[in-house]
Design a binder for this molecule. Structure first.
Ligand code: ATP
Ligand code: MG
Length: 435
């Protein structure tokens, strides 16, 4: 196949047959976010490269290896968003949200771009749902944001997830920890990968997040950050745990979670699943109290999370979850010839204005082929317009499941269809209750 017929490596399509699943999942996400007061924000797919350099951090995998960066025709360095937080904070500062009523609660859904090695659950274009809660310092905020992530995953019916939390402290208490880490990794410097050797002087905590097996093995025995927390960070972390318990949320403390981006402080967390192999983190987040001032805004705290929608889709599929699907077609209107088709066109237009899902022939098919097509698209009802219907002004609505037919005037078809759908739905409901 030539390139013109092939999607770019690491990208995917959502076919018309499957898009209802995405709409459902994304709808559930934003709907749950609204229960917590988070409203949708929409930001550009690309930003000035500096936005990500300054926030995500230049010792991270994202910045070192994964960004889609190019010069536009005006000579500006532009980057496709590898994540949303940086863009949302840029927007919140630029539009003055950070100076208004706090907290600012924003939720987002959309595509992200990272040049990674594509595999199941790891793509070059992928989609995230996430939130940012700007201007809330209290431990109850951490618990609220974690509770929202948990409720989204629960609402989607995702099973066997575990919540792991950690505190990576503030820049103050991290100084001592970083010194301890440096000393530890220096004693293993010969075994570290090249990238991690570079990280050792610039940002030793990054080594804890290295995916290479040798580095991970060394990192597993490294000093843990929770042993180095200052008094304030420790009591913040303890209070987060109390609030989680108050909200009835189970969690595990995992002192090895550091997250992949540089801007995190204090609480970090992940929702991890056993069900999708190596790419097991479906949601990651935490606090980034220094980010807003680092990006030129006021010194206010902030926190958030992001979840990978493709990974959630994989989980739902692996679990065999059936997402409810609405009908694609309430009524298929077949026509025997060109004259009847004109009537079908008129009826279709008027019924669609009434809110029904209507299809009729637009491919010049024979009556037999039209009926076959109605079957194929799973139309709930069908009606045939022929000479006798045109003459009598009456038409029969056929229930495609039961074969049952009801006659109605062409002018009353809207009410008749509504009634037919209603009684079919009632019947199905009764059947399912009786079962
Ligand atoms: P990982 O350790 O798996 O690379 P990350 O730490 O880079 O994840 P974040 O930047 O925190 O991930 O992004 C949040 C979520 O977005 C992840 O938990 C994951 O579900 C999803 N995600 C990240 N990168 C990809 C990708 N390349 N393809 C699909 N989903 C992704
Ligand atoms: Mg990554």
């Amino acid at each position: 196949m030539s390139e013109i017929n092939r999607a770019v490596k690491g990208t995917g399509d959502v076919l018309p047959e499957d898009s209802y699943k995405w709409q459902l999942v994304e709808g559930k996400m934003l709907e749950t976010a609204r229960l917590f007061g988070f409203k949708e924000i929409r930001i550009p797919v690309f930003e000035h490269t500096e936005v990500f350099l300054r926030s995500v951090g230049d010792t991270t995998d994202v910045v070192q290896k994964e960004m889609y960066t190019f010069d536009d025709k005006g000579g500006r360095s532009i980057t496709l968003r590898p994540e949303f937080t940086a863009g949302v904070i840029r927007c919140a500062i630029e539009k003055g949200l950070v100076n208004g009523a706090l907290p600012v609660k924003a939720a987002y859904v959309g595509g992200c771009y990272r040049y990674e090695k594509p595999q199941a659950g790891r793509l070059r274009e992928f989609h995230q749902f996430g939130v940012e809660c700007i201007g809330a310092a209290e431990p109850s905020a951490d618990a609220e944001v974690i509770a929202l992530a948990g409720q989204v995953l629960e609402a989607l019916g995702i099973e066997e997830l575990s919540l792991e939390i950690n505190s990576i402290g503030c820049p103050e208490c991290r100084k001592e920890y970083e010194a301890a880490l440096k000393a530890y990794f220096l004693s293993h410097i010969d075994s570290l990968c090249d990238t991690c050797r570079d990280r050792l002087s610039r940002n030793p905590m990054r080594i804890l997040d290295c995916k290479s097996p040798v580095c991970s093995e060394i990192a597993a025995k490294a000093p843990v950050v929770t042993d180095y927390l200052c008094g304030e960070c420790r009591s913040h972390f303890e209070a987060v745990q109390s609030h989680l318990a108050a909200a009835g949320i189970e969690f595990k403390i995992n002192p090895h979670i550091v997250r992949g981006l540089d801007y995190y402080t204090r609480t970090v967390f992940e929702f991890v699943s056993g069900g999708i192999g190596a790419q097991s983190t479906v949601c990651g987040g935490g606090r980034y109290d220094g980010l807003i001032s680092q990006m030129g805004g006021p010194n206010i705290p902030s926190l958030g999370f992001a979840m990978g929608i493709e990974r959630i889709m994989l989980l739902l599929e692996a679990q065999g979850t059936k997402l409810p699907k609405e009908t694609d077609c309430d009524l298929y209107i077949a026509a025997v010839d060109g004259k009847a088709q004109l009537t079908a066109t008129g009826l279709s237009a008027s019924l669609r204005r009434d809110g029904f899902k209507i299809q009729t022939d637009i491919c010049g098919r024979s009556l037999k082929a039209q009926m076959k097509f109605a079957d194929k698209i799973n139309a709930d009802f069908s009606a045939v317009i022929g000479e006798s219907e045109l003459e009598s002004g009456k038409v029969r609505l056929k229930n495609m499941k039961t074969g049952e037919e009801t006659e109605t005037g062409l002018n009353d078809i809207s009410e008749a269809l509504r009634e037919a759908i209603r009684s079919q739905t009632l019947k199905e409901l009764e059947d399912s209750v009786l079962k």
